[in-house]
Design a protein around this ligand. Structure first.
Ligand SMILES: [Mg+2]
Length: 218
């Protein structure tokens, strides 16, 4: 399952793929509803239901990733809260080894993420992953989420028109992998176990890894 020589570009998602999604899941599903409940005189269950309905409405589009939008919508300073909780941000095991191996083998390492630049700053700073990428491409920069084929088309402007034939993508969101496969990305890999505190479930549609160790030669 290692990466062959035809692959020049290693495209990597951030949340859930390189980083443990425990942080985001806790943040959005537990901490925010708790604060929202307190501020609005609701129970946790009511706030949880209300937030879920609001999130659902924006799923898979750019607004979903826009922290400023959610700060306004919920009346909570989300970037500040993320910064305050940054001690919970963790890199998945073997990610650093994998990145070092790709660097050694001369691959171009590209971070492709729907994360908002304010969240990105907090996360890359906390984990010190900054220097590991040749390029960081937030979907807000390309004006389309990764679930939208436009994102992959516009990435040609950065990586060249034939990048799809020389790329591997690793992501923990199947909808993203589906779009990338439809666009023609040569190899798409599902990262299972995105949240280390939940059971690991491999994909039945895509090649899956539980750990980046599986992509490093022995
Ligand atoms: Mg992800």
């Amino acid at each position: 399952m290692t990466i062959d020589n035809d692959i020049r570009f290693v495209l990597l998602d951030l949340d859930g793929t390189l980083l443990d999604r425990h942080f985001d899941d806790y943040f959005w599903e537990h901490l925010l509803p708790e604060i929202f409940a307190k501020r609005n005189g609701m129970t946790f269950a009511e706030a949880h239901r209300e937030l879920l309905a609001r999130f659902k409405r924006e799923e898979g589009n750019l607004r979903w990733t826009d922290l400023d939008y959610w700060s306004d919508n919920l009346g909570i300073d989300i970037p500040a809260l993320k910064f305050q909780m940054r001690h919970l941000i963790e890199v998945h095991p073997h990610v650093r080894e994998f990145l070092a191996d790709m660097r050694r083998r001369g691959k171009t390492i590209v971070l492709v993420t729907n994360a908002h630049f304010k969240a990105l700053d907090v996360k890359l700073e906390k984990t010190e992953l900054h220097g590991c990428f040749d390029m960081v491409v937030p979907s807000l920069d390309l004006g389309a989420a990764k679930e939208d084929i436009t994102f992959w088309q516009r990435l040609e402007e950065r990586l060249g028109p034939d990048y799809r034939e020389h790329s591997i993508l690793v992501d923990d969101t199947e909808a993203v992998l589906q779009t990338a496969r439809r666009y023609g990305i040569r190899r798409v890999v599902f990262k299972a176990g995105a949240n280390s505190s939940r059971p690991v479930k491999r994909s039945d549609q895509f090649e899956s890894i539980e750990s980046f160790r599986e992509l490093i030669p022995e």
